[in-house]
Design a protein around this ligand. Structure first.
Ligand SMILES: NC(=O)c1ccc[n+]([C@@H]2O[C@H](COP(=O)([O-])OP(=O)(O)OC[C@H]3O[C@@H](n4cnc5c(N)ncnc54)[C@H](OP(=O)(O)O)[C@@H]3O)[C@@H](O)[C@H]2O)c1
Length: 314
């Protein structure tokens, strides 16, 4: 085990990092070991990772010194932020910067930074189709990550542009809802445009395969998605997999969606409006063929549904 390379995994108890830990742990001969980073090594998910052979280390994205310690001795670092915990673009940028600073201090040889594109580049600042949020962002959790790219630019980094998780159907409350008439329906401001989607667990396996590929993807932007599907297509597959009967799709306006009132509705409304109005650019930034080349076992939406349908609250 002496010549194995340590991958320090931020978000190890979450979707992306958890998928990466899983990929490392299920490949004990792969030459890598998993250092799972969490704020709370006592939590159940951390204990499960430890029991499976991960080294569990405490660190906080708001505390750069704790990250420096957590990254010391690591060959690789998977860096990710969780916007949805605090909804602050400024804090997300600082948390990304802290990870880049720590990776530089620790001399990490390969960083994967989980990022997204800058949606402000898609429209002029005076474009009124959607509001600016947090003063200067169109989609804060996209734009903040993109701004943070600069902190990783001088490091040996793969910029991993991720996609909408299909897991949002059960983890983000986005499943269709049953009406009083017994018919399922859902509302999105996506018109007939395609959504770039992926199973969250596959992001971790992709990251692992990128680490395993050595220098091949260092310095590159790799946009990953499994399939580009319209909401109608997703509804048809969902209805077939779960036997719900037809799922009605209400293609609401982005303004209506932003007004739904749940926490982050404005953010989600802007995001989906970007998906709708800039379908070509968003899908163009993600390469399904390359994604499948990196990870041949990538789940299609149909396979994702077959595997996870019991979690979807229908
Ligand atoms: N949902 C989607 O469709 C989607 C698509 C593309 C990109 N994203 C992006 O994915 C990111 C979230 O990643 P995820 O889905 O893997 O997260 P997740 O499943 O929600 O879990 C969050 C992870 O972040 C860790 N974390 C949060 N704050 C931390 C802090 N201050 N210090 C250390 N660790 C911290 C948590 O660790 P502990 O609690 O154990 O400390 C946990 O492991 C978001 O920024 C989002 O924009 C989401």
């Amino acid at each position: 085990m002496t010549d194995t390379k340590i991958i320090a995994v931020v978000g190890a108890t979450g979707a992306q990092g958890g998928g990466l830990c899983e990929a490392i742990l299920k490949d004990p001969e792969g030459g890598f070991t998993c250092r799972a980073i969490t704020r709370d090594p006592g939590k159940e998910k951390a204990a499960v990772l430890a029991a499976r052979g991960a080294e569990v280390v405490a660190a906080d994205l708001d505390d750069v010194e704790s990250l420096k310690k957590a990254f010391t001795g690591a060959y690789g670092a998977y860096c990710v932020t969780n916007f949805w915990e605090h909804f602050s673009a400024e804090r997300e940028k600082q948390q990304a910067k802290n990870q880049a600073t720590a990776a530089a201090a620790a001399g990490v040889k390969h960083v994967i930074w989980s990022t997204l594109e800058d949606t402000r580049a898609l429209m002029s600042p005076d474009d009124r189709r959607m509001p600016m949020l947090q003063e200067k962002y169109r989609v804060p959790h996209f734009d903040a990550k993109a701004e943070a790219d600069m902190h990783f630019a001088h490091l040996p980094t793969t910029f991993l542009i991720t996609s909408f998780y299909w897991d949002n159907l059960y983890s983000f409350g986005l499943a269709p809802k049953k009406g009083e008439d017994g018919v399922y329906s859902w509302a999105f401001p996506m018109a007939d445009k395609r959504l770039a989607g992926i199973a969250a667990e596959d992001i971790g396996q992709i990251a692992y395969n990128i680490f395993k590929a050595g220098p091949a993807y260092i310095g590159r932007r790799v946009g990953v998605a499994s399939e580009f599907l319209t909401i109608e297509q997703m509804g048809t597959q969902l209805s077939k997999a779960l036997g719900t009967g037809p799922i009605q799709y209400h293609a609401v306006s982005a303004d209506a969606y932003r007004g739904f009132g749940f926490p982050g509705a404005d953010e989600m409304g802007n995001m989906m409006q970007v998906y709708r109005d800039f379908e070509k650019e968003v899908t163009g930034a993600r390469d399904t063929e390359l994604t499948r080349k990196i990870h041949p076992g990538l789940l299609t939406f149909e396979q994702f549904l077959a595997k996870h349908k019991d979690k979807i609250p229908l």
